[in-house]
Design a protein around this ligand. Structure first.
Ligand SMILES: Cc1cc2nc3c(=O)[nH]c(=O)nc-3n(C[C@H](O)[C@H](O)[C@H](O)COP(=O)(O)O)c2cc1C
Length: 445
């Protein structure tokens, strides 16, 4: 039997950066109306997707010219809710679809997050995945008592300790500890509830977790490190790794680097799947797909919002760009300023790093990135399925794809469910029913 491709659908951006007003988005309601999310969860479950995903960033982008004004005006990276109660609501209308939720190990406390995710795993009956991020933005840091973002390597060190603490907490109450014996009044066996006595560099947590063990025991753990330190971190903690799709060659290399890092951690590379971030426009006809692709440049972020969008993405104030520069020079400055270099190199990958350009040439090019125009794979279901299958096979047939930055939701989700999924099923590459009880089980089938 062919290995199945698994699919997630990223909802982090559907109401941001101009997407909320593109044709095919809701026109009768607005973020954060819970009815939008209930509708999505139902459609995703009809399409037998593995999960819907919520990324996060908790600060309003303020990198551009040191101000939130442009972001506020054009809806760049804001507004964002804490999606945990939304997930609880969506889980009541569905039975199988999983939910990926993001919290930052740089700002949050592991006891709080471990307890919250345990409770969500109960409410959803075992359908929670936790995307643990180290965060790349100063705007977020400033809401949690920091003046500056912690150093990149230190953030990863903290992330590893954060996950160690969470895992210890999730294991601190044995699955069979609770008796709830009405006759005697005996609630839980003290010998099966153990303190963790954690005292590390970043956290001091006594434990145990003050909760009933959840259906999955712990959430599915996802991490998206892409730098060498990030890949080492994801190899240490992740059940699944999220990664960008910068082209097949680089994806194969990323998979090889992850495999090497997994072996160094004493883990089996076969046990860790990857979800490649892909931006898709799937339509029944090639003409319609092309028409929507071309339209992206006209309907995305207004020009004034592009600088705010990009500066937020890379954590560096692009309003300070000189009149003329090369990508290589700017990248060196970004690296020195402690922002993630991976982000900048990725968004400028279509440009020659050594070629000098003017500021206006740069922004013209960057509209392609801001609107996802430079990342979209568009076409008929069979063309898109060919693309996905090629990556899936070349990278070891483990995991699948995160359908990210959809130009218009619910339209693009409906197109995935009604056109792409049947094509993948016809090829024997996609489930025809959910067979597991939990998200963890569905992901491994
Ligand atoms: C699919 C995917 C989802 C991500 N979600 C978030 C997110 O919600 N919030 C965030 O701050 N970073 C997010 N990231 C960024 C990564 O956590 C990571 O910082 C980035 O890939 C750069 O790698 P590095 O930290 O090793 O430099 C995501 C990345 C990918 C590929």
């Amino acid at each position: 039997m062919k290995k199945h491709i698994h699919l997630g659908y990223d909802l982090s951006w559907t109401h941001l950066d101009g997407r909320w007003r593109t044709p095919g988005s809701w026109s009768h309601t607005q973020f954060p109306d819970i009815r939008m999310y209930e509708e999505i969860a139902g459609i995703a479950e009809r399409g037998l997707l593995d999960f819907i995903f919520f990324g996060d960033g908790s600060g309003i982008p303020n990198t551009w010219a040191g101000s939130i004004d442009a972001a506020v005006q054009w809806g760049i990276g804001w507004p964002r809710q804490d999606m945990s109660p939304f997930i609880a609501a969506m889980s009541r209308n569905t039975r199988h679809i999983g939910f990926g939720l993001t919290y930052s190990s740089t700002f949050m406390h592991p006891f709080y997050v471990a307890r919250l995710l345990n409770s969500l795993d109960h409410v959803t009956n075992g359908r929670i995945a936790f995307n643990v991020i180290t965060s790349t933005r100063r705007a977020d840091a400033m809401n949690y008592g920091f003046d500056e973002l912690m150093d990149h390597a230190e953030r990863y060190e903290r992330m590893e300790e954060f996950v160690d603490v969470c895992k210890a907490l999730w294991a601190s109450v044995a699955p069979d500890a609770f008796k709830w014996d009405r006759e005697t009044g005996f609630v839980a066996d003290p010998s099966k509830v153990k303190a963790i006595h954690h005292a590390g560099k970043f956290f001091k947590v006594e434990g145990p977790l003050s909760c009933v063990p959840s259906p999955q025991g712990r959430p599915v753990l996802v991490q998206a490190g892409a730098s060498p330190r990030g890949i080492k971190g994801s190899a240490r903690v992740a059940d699944y790794v999220f990664a960008l799709s910068p082209g097949l060659e680089k994806q194969v290399k990323h998979r090889q680097e992850l495999d090497k890092a997994l072996v160094a951690e004493g883990r089996d590379p076969e046990s860790v799947g990857m979800f490649w971030d892909v931006v898709l426009i799937v339509e029944e006809s090639a003409q319609e797909a092309k028409r929507r692709y071309e339209r992206l440049l006209m309907t995305a972020v207004p020009a004034d919002g592009i600088g705010a969008f990009l500066s937020h993405q890379i954590g560096y104030d692009l309003s300070r760009l000189p009149e003329r520069f090369t990508i290589e020079e700017i990248n060196a400055e970004i690296t020195a300023s402690n922002a993630s270099p991976v982000g900048f190199l990725n968004i400028t990958r279509a440009l020659d790093p050594k070629k000098e350009m003017s500021r206006s040439e740069f922004y013209d090019q960057m509209m392609h990135h801001t609107s996802s125009h430079d990342q979209v794979v568009y076409g008929t279901p069979d063309k898109v399925a060919d693309y996905l299958e090629e990556i899936f096979v070349a990278t070891g047939e483990k995991g699948g794809f995160m359908i990210a930055h959809p130009p218009a939701t619910p339209r693009d989700l409906l197109n995935v469910v009604d056109f792409l999924v049947p094509e993948l099923q016809r090829r024997g590459r996609y489930r025809t029913e959910y067979t597991g009880r939990t998200l963890k089980e569905n992901l491994s089938n």
